[in-house]
Ligand binder design. Structure first.
Ligand code: NDP
Length: 322
C-alpha cells in the first residue's frame, strides 16, 4: 500500500509517498481502509522535529474509513463498519491498524470524510468549551485563529453554549467565516491591537477565557484581556513556542488561571471518548455544527497540503484522500 513517510525531520518536502507493507491487525486491533485522513497542525510539529518521534514514521493521527479486518478479542467493531478515530499514528496511508477501543462507529447519515474531519479538531473544541472552561450564557471568550480547523468549531460550540465569541484572524475572508461560525466580533490581529480591541468590545470588563492556539505572538497580551479570575487556555503554538513564564503574572493580573491542555487527556477512557464523540457527531448529524472541508488533497500531495496549512492559506479542515 501507499503511505506518506518521514525518514528525516524537516520541511514539507521530507514527506515521501512510499510503498510499504499493508499492516495486519493483532489482538484488540482492527484494520481501517482509510477514505480520508485529517491533517492537523501537530503533524507539522512531528514532521519538522519540533515534537521528537522515532523515525521513520507514517504521519497522521486521524482518519475515517471502513473496517476491513479485525484481530482476536475485538468487540467494539466488525468488518464493514464505517468508523473514525484520532490519536493513533499512521493515518496518512491507504490502510491503518488501530486499537479497536479507539474506533468510533459513525452515526447513520455521517460520511467517513465527515468523520475524519470531525474527530481531532472537533473533540478538541468540545473539551475546550465544555470541560477546560465550561462556557455558559453571560461569558465572553476570545478564540484566536478563529477560522482555523479548531477555531471554526470552537466558535460554533461556544455560541451554542450561550457565550459571546470574539475571534481573531489574519484576513477579511477569514473574518467572514468566523462571523458565520458565531463570532459576534472579529479582530484582524495582524493589523489591529487585539488587546485594545478586546478592552473596547467588553467596555473594559475583559474576558472569562482566552483560547489560544497561536502561542508565541499572542500569549503575553492575552493575559491583559482577561477579567479577574479569568482563564488562559493555551492549547497550541502555531506561531512558535512561548518562552519561560513567571507565575507571579497570574497574581498581578487578577488571580488568573493558566492551563496547557491536550486532547489525549480528555479521551483517556473509552467511555469518555464515546461520550464526547457521541455528542460531537450528533451535533454534526443534526446540522447544529457545520464542518468546513473545502481543502482536500490527494494523499501523494501531502507536502502541498502542509505548505498550505503552514502558509495560513487554509480554513477549517484539511483532508488527504488516499
Ligand atoms: P489551524 O487550521 O488553526 O491553522 C493554524 C492557524 O494559526 C493559521 O491558519 C493561522 O490563522 C494561525 N496562525 C497564527 N500565526 C501563525 C503562524 N506564524 N504560522 C502559521 N499559522 C499561524 O490549525 P489546527 O486547527 O490544526 O490547529 C490549531 C492549533 O491548535 C495548533 O497549534 C495545534 O497544534 C493546536 N491543537 C491543539 C490541540 C490540543 O489538544 N492541545 C488539539 C488540536 C490542535 P490566521 O491566518 O487567521 O492567523
Amino acid at each position: 500500500m501507499k503511505a506518506i513517510r518521514v525518514n528525516t525531520p524537516g520541511g514539507p518536502d521530507v514527506m515521501r509517498y512510499e510503498e510499504v507493507p499493508e499492516p495486519t491487525p493483532k489482538a484488540g486491533e482492527a484494520t481501517v481502509k482509510v477514505d480520508a485522513a485529517g491533517i492537523n497542525y501537530i503533524d507539522v510539529y512531528q514532521r519538522s522535529g519540533q515534537y521528537k518521534l522515532a523515525l521513520p514514521l507514517t504521519l497522521g493521527l486521524e482518519a475515517g474509513g471502513t473496517v476491513t479486518a479485525i484481530g482476536s478479542n475485538v468487540t467494539e467493531v466488525k468488518v464493514g463498519d464505517k468508523v473514525a478515530y484520532t490519536g493513533v499514528p499512521g493515518a496518512y496511508a491507504q490502510y491503518a491498524v488501530v486499537p479497536s477501543a479507539r474506533l468510533v462507529s459513525l452515526p447513520t447519515g455521517l460520511s467517513t470524510r465527515q468523520g475524519a474531519a470531525a474527530m481531532l479538531q472537533g473533540l478538541t473544541a468540545h473539551y475546550l468549551a465544555c470541560s477546560t472552561y465550561p462556557l455558559k450564557s453571560g461569558d465572553t471568550c476570545l478564540v484566536h485563529a478563529a477560522a482555523g480547523g479548531v477555531g471554526l468549531l470552537l466558535c460554533q460550540i461556544a455560541k451554542m453554549r450561550g457565550a459571546r465569541v470574539i475571534g481573531t484572524v489574519s484576513t477579511e475572508d477569514k473574518a467572514k467565516l468566523a462571523r458565520e461560525a458565531g463570532a459576534s466580533d472579529v479582530i484582524l490581529y495582524m493589523k489591529q491591537d487585539f488587546e485594545a480591541e478586546v478592552k473596547r468590545l467588553t467596555d473594559g470588563k475583559g474576558l472569562q477565557v482566552v483560547y489560544d492556539s497561536v502561542g508565541q505572538t499572542t500569549f503575553d497580551k492575552g493575559f491583559n484581556c482577561l477579567a479577574p479570575r479569568g482563564m488562559m487556555a493555551l492549547y497550541g503554538q502555531s506561531s512558535g513556542p512561548i518562552g519561560p513564564f513567571d507565575l507571579q503574572t497570574l497574581n498581578a493580573k487578577g488571580s488568573l488561571f493558566l492551563t496547557r491542555p491536550s486532547l489525549n487527556h480528555h479521551i483517556i477512557t473509552r467511555a469518555e471518548l464515546l461520550q464526547r464523540s457521541g455528542e460531537l457527531l450528533g451535533w454534526i448529524r443534526d446540522g447544529k455544527l457545520k464542518l468546513r472541508t473545502e481543502f482536500e488533497f490527494p494523499l501523494k500531495d501531502a507536502s502541498e497540503a502542509h505548505r498550505a496549512l503552514e502558509g495560513r492559506k487554509t480554513t477549517g479542515k484539511v483532508l488527504l484522500i488516499p
